[in-house]
Design a protein around this ligand. Sequence first.
Ligand SMILES: Cc1cc2nc3c(=O)[nH]c(=O)nc-3n(C[C@H](O)[C@H](O)[C@H](O)COP(=O)(O)OP(=O)(O)OC[C@H]3O[C@@H](n4cnc5c(N)ncnc54)[C@H](O)[C@@H]3O)c2cc1C
Length: 368
Amino acid sequence: MSNTRKVVVIGAGVSGLTSALYLLKSKKSYEVTIVAQHIPGDIDIEYTSIFAGANWGSFADDHEIFLQDLDKPGYHYFMDLARTEPGAGVHIVPKQRYNRQSEMGKDGKPHDPWFIREKFVEGVRTLRKDELPESVGEDAKDPFVAGYEYQTITISTNIYLHYLLQQIFALGGVLKRKTIKHIDEAYNLHQSGERADLIVNCSGLLASKLGGVQDPEVHPIRGQILWARNSASKQISLKIPGFKDESVYIFPRKEGGCIIGGTFMPNNWSDVVDPGLAKRMIERAKKYLPELVDPNYEGNSTEIDVYRYNVGLRPGRTSGPKIEREGDIIHNYGIAGAGYQASIGLAEYVCQFAEEFYQQKSRGGNKL
Ligand SMILES: Cc1cc2nc3c(=O)[nH]c(=O)nc-3n(C[C@H](O)[C@H](O)[C@H](O)COP(=O)(O)OP(=O)(O)OC[C@H]3O[C@@H](n4cnc5c(N)ncnc54)[C@H](O)[C@@H]3O)c2cc1C
């Protein structure tokens, strides 16, 4: 029997890979085996991480301090990565959010999110009126009256997931493509051939189905997104009146091209692309970010050039993400639409819980 800390991580999405990497980077003799049904490179409705935008833009409300704290370390981490690691597939872009009249508070002012008010993020500024989209046609009914900008990142998910994986391999981590039916199977899948001491469960949406977990709170939040070849200089987001589940967000990627969203449909498992919605998304992209179809900008096509129509299912959880230790299992799943931005905050918890587990184990604690 070796004296290493034998850990099996279930899942190779952003939650599992970041957890595995942070354990390995802690230099505390962890031997980490990742066991996953889907791995970087796969495109599958049950593998959410590939479909993310992905940007940093905390959804946490003013009172959701725990969620704010989960998101905070990710901002600094990804901004640093964009500046120092060209191979990570992360770049810095300005994000503009446009507010409509109906979003104004009783005082006539917009209710900006915590990270804008506190100037937690870089480059916060109020948009001038001439920087807002024109409020013509349908938009005249609920015109754009305010907006802000800040500096954020877009993560090219496929490149970033591979970047995480390469670092894991370099630190001795092992990846096994395997589907398990019950969480207990994971104990016998460690690379050493010995029983794992600790399991880190990062099974995402499938935590609703995995035997021994089957969390009834976990549910999909469906998002339809388009991958397009058109490039842009900034991210934008805005609401669409009359469409409860639809909004516009566009994130340009570092290698060119962009992701166009999107929808937010809780409890909808459908993997079928809605062509009517796709058409609306394309029209909105052209209208609210005209440089996408301006040949003078990066030689863009004059039409939105979609190379893949996608549906992704965010791993929602009714009472929020499950990040806790139950004996020799650490759970890290259910992070909904914030899996990248919160990945660092969550991985820090995983390391803390793992350390606590091994401390107790070394003291001979039988109530781990
Ligand atoms: C349209 C869309 C846009 C998004 N935009 C953003 C954004 O801009 N910023 C952001 O931070 N987040 C964004 N997200 C959210 C983000 O993508 C998710 O929160 C994140 O990907 C969840 O990662 P995960 O690792 O928990 O799950 P997943 O990526 O789904 O990974 C789960 C892993 O567990 C494995 N697994 C599950 N069950 C088993 C089993 N029984 N046996 C073996 N392996 C198993 C799977 O194979 C997979 O490897 C977006 C999501 C969508 C859909």
